[in-house]
Ligand binder design. Structure first.
Ligand SMILES: [Zn+2]
Ligand SMILES: [Zn+2]
Length: 381
């Protein structure tokens, strides 16, 4: 009944959901910015606190941070301001920071430069889907199957909308803290097509909340419940066997370290290494979460992080003065397994099938209709 009702509502409202949402992205967030240069392909305008100026096409303009505000040089004029707004130019914009030449990254949309204490914030205000295509390229890479790009587009959009207002002057930053964004997608036109074909779609859980879309490179053949890695038990992150990621680049790994390093490490965890049996015989069954010797238990995720292993799913044995770790998978193992998802796409599965395989009891809905689902839930309760 719910499916029927929901389908009907989508049909009735489809013509009303054409508007596009904007997002504010802080660019160069990893850097302390003291100077920004920009160049627009077309004639454009900027507004500062007191002035509006026209800038010629291809003119290189400079904004420099001072102790209290910013100095600008543009349109043959100079001035000072606390906020500098480059109104949405018709064409693309190249940016360069801190004296570096204008970079190859191409941007689009409006820009706000804000002086705040010792820093200058560069905020790009752009269409959500333009941003999503840029992130899918930066995080997903080129030459992937189209259905996989659609999966990435839906997850990226879900993450963005679930994390609006994460920063003081912007919604998200362009670094790994949020989602990596290097400007417009340029390498693969199929990415833009994937974004278009999944327009507005986000993933919600059974309570109509946007999901926290955890993903990792390769689960090693079995995904994990979220509470096995972190504290929160998310109903849509349930561990299950994954037959799709075996034989992929990150399904198996090996790391060797000197025996002394392994012994020293175990001693810091209070393991009695005089009893060498303990350090040579760790062959856990699938998804054992602790390395155990007598009454000492060390979470395998702690060993993973301390020894920089690719995953927390491994065996260890000693050979020629080395401790040999043989493991499966790459990453935390919760949510979507990227290499498995890629393989599913290659085998002809759709993005809906892939998302429903890795997340339990989830729905795909346009973001501006999530409230309808919430309303329906409330009426039912
Ligand atoms: Zn961030
Ligand atoms: Zn997997």
């Amino acid at each position: 009944m719910r499916k029927l009702l929901f389908g009907l509502i989508i049909l009735l409202l489809t013509p009303c959901i054409q508007g596009q949402k904007n997002i504010r992205v802080q660019l160069f967030a990893q850097k302390k910015i003291t100077q920004l240069q920009f160049q627009s392909e077309q004639v454009c305008m900027f507004k500062s606190d007191t002035t509006t100026v026209t800038i010629a096409a291809k003119e290189i303009c400079t904004v420099t941070k001072t102790d209290s505000c910013m100095n600008w040089k543009a349109g043959g004029k100079t001035g000072q301001c606390a906020t500098f707004i480059l109104l949405q130019p018709e064409g693309k914009v190249s940016l360069g920071v801190n004296g570096a030449k204008l970079s190859g990254y191409i941007h689009w949309g409006s820009f706000e430069l804000i002086a705040d204490k010792g820093s200058m914030y560069v905020v790009n205000i752009l269409n959500l889907d333009t941003y999503v295509a840029g992130v899918v390229e930066a995080e997903g890479g080129a030459n992937k199957p189209s259905e996989y790009y659609k999966v990435q587009a839906v997850l990226c959009r879900t993450y963005a909308l679930n994390n609006f207002d994460r920063h003081p002057h912007s919604d998200l930053c362009d670094g790994t803290h949020c989602q990596v964004y290097h400007g417009l997608n340029r390498k693969d036109p199929r990415i833009e097509e994937a974004v278009k074909q999944t327009q507005k779609l986000v993933v919600i859980d059974e309570n109509a909340h946007l999901i926290t879309a955890f993903f990792h490179s390769n689960c090693g053949g079995h995904t994990l419940n979220s509470e096995m890695v972190w504290k929160a038990a998310l109903p849509y992150c349930k561990g299950k066997p994954d037959p799709y990621c075996m034989g992929m680049p990150n399904s198996n790994w090996e790391k060797r370290i000197p025996i002394q390093d392994w012994t020293k490490y175990l001693e810091t965890k209070k393991v009695n290494t005089a009893d060498t049996l303990g350090i040579t015989s760790f062959f856990p069954g699938k998804k054992v979460m602790y390395y155990q010797h007598n009454n000492i238990k060390i979470p395998t995720k702690t060993i993973r992080s301390d020894l920089k292993l690719k995953s927390a799913y491994f065996t260890v044995h000693l050979q020629n003065n080395e401790a040999v770790f043989i493991g499966q998978g790459f990453g935390h193992g919760v949510g979507l397994c990227q290499e498995g998802a890629m393989n599913m796409a290659k085998k002809g599965k759709t993005f809906e099938e892939i998302l429903n395989f890795y997340y339990t009891n989830v729905h795909l809905v346009p973001y501006d209709m999530v409230w309808l689902f919430t309303h329906e839930e409330e009426e039912e309760n």
